[in-house]
Design a protein around this ligand. Sequence first.
Ligand code: G4P
Length: 522
Amino acid sequence: MSEANPVARRRTFAIISHPDAGKTTLTEKILLFGGAIQLAGEVRAKANRRQTRSDWMGIERERGISVVTSVMTFEYADCVLNLLDTPGHEDFSEDTYRTLTAVDSAVMVIDAAKGIEARTRKLFEVCRLRDIPIVTFINKMDRETRDPFDLLDEIEKTLALDTAPLTWTIGRGRSLAGQYDIRRSTLTPLGKDAATIPVNGPDDPRVMELLPEHERAEAREELTLAVEGLKAFDKTAFLEGHLTPVLWGSALKDFGVKDLIDAMAEFAPSPRAQAAASRTVKADEPKMTGFVFKIQANMDPNHRDRIAFMRVCSGKLQRGMRARLVRTGKPVTLSAPQFFFAQDRSLAEEAFAGDVVGIPNHGLLRIGDTLTEGEEIVFRGVPSFAPEILRRVKLADAMKAKKLREALQQMAEEGVVQVFQPNDGAAAIVGVVGALQLDVLVERLDAEYGLPVSFEPSRFEVCRWVASGDKAEMDKFLAAYPSSLATDLDGAPVFMATSAFNLRYEQERWPKIAFTDVKDYQ
Ligand code: G4P
């Protein structure tokens, strides 16, 4: 399939939300409307249902949380939509942050009864750092909600973001009866096959007829205020990240979901230019470039496969092409790149900027890797965060120390955990942001490498990457703390502190040394 203007058609986005706001339900319904799945419920696959790909791991099934990040591609209204799923649980937030480096826009799902919650806010800040435009979907309008004007006000105040409702619901909670499209002046009653009809503004009698008599006066006043009094949608302000269009709905009742997908197709941005260390790469450049933002192992329990998810940033990826892995300078033949759908994958004969392809490999590719058609560039911005929990790995069988080292190296390359090798030769320390990552590590080391392990506390509590423009000072620092220094996966120096106080103390003593808690891969 060759395409006339493949880049302009692409919409690559993620959904951000606080747990329980309805992300899974909305994802299901988006895929359903997009024709990517036949039956709602396929994404979730609970208890006795057939396993889905996002549910492969025992720990995930047991706890009913979504650990892994995957991508779902489908066509809709002349667009190719790439929806990148993110894990709901906070302990896997690093995965989510990395995924957000690979999208061009995001849908922010808010529970209408709760408003902005902690995690929504945090993920929003990550999007803002990267200037990712946000479309807001206020969910659960079929339940008791907060006042809609209050919700808009909260978004404006807490996120410092203008709002422009595209739709307004007629009734809420048990009275939810329909949707009014503010830009088009159309009305869509609630109901599976209800047709959308043009109306003559908020005063059109057909609008309020959807509600019981006693609710009409208030609802009319509210709708009139929404239509006449609130900010109109401004595409430029949206693309620049100053304004969020707002849609209301109920993912559970399939309500407002189609409006959301229509909005994504209509004005969500096509693939953006990507910053590499030496230059900015535009999406419509002819040569293929891309970066790996996620590695996922064991997607298919029957095949021990390891998939690197790469976002194509420019050019055309063709199956069978030889790309250059910039980190090693070696060629990589892309013999079986894959697209993912809700339930299936298929070989990607070609892919364009904005697409995400899975590249099967046996440990060759790492998170943060750049692939090109030869150019020596490295994409920025797949970050690594200083872990909050540090542990020593305790091996049941001491004879397997070498195997453990290799396994940990692999887990670190996949981004499952971080591994720090102390300079004094002591046993490796693993670092994670959330405790559930440790459970994943235990399960995978046992299942894939036959290495039963447990953890013991490390004497260190905090770690920071260290660097300095002053080489002599850096050398002095490195020499001063042989037993508090370690190296990460890439050999970068890391200072291990026994407490936050200890860290602050050293920071004050060494003003020329930069102690950082975020590191770009590479
Ligand atoms: P998450 O991925 O953001 O964590 O949320 P998820 O979709 O799992 O939804 C959380 C709960 O909210 C689920 O109920 C789901 O059915 C419900 N929900 C989602 N969207 C809507 C909506 O528009 N209206 C209403 N009323 N409920 C909604 P649950 O009882 O926790 O799970 P389940 O037993 O239904 O699977």
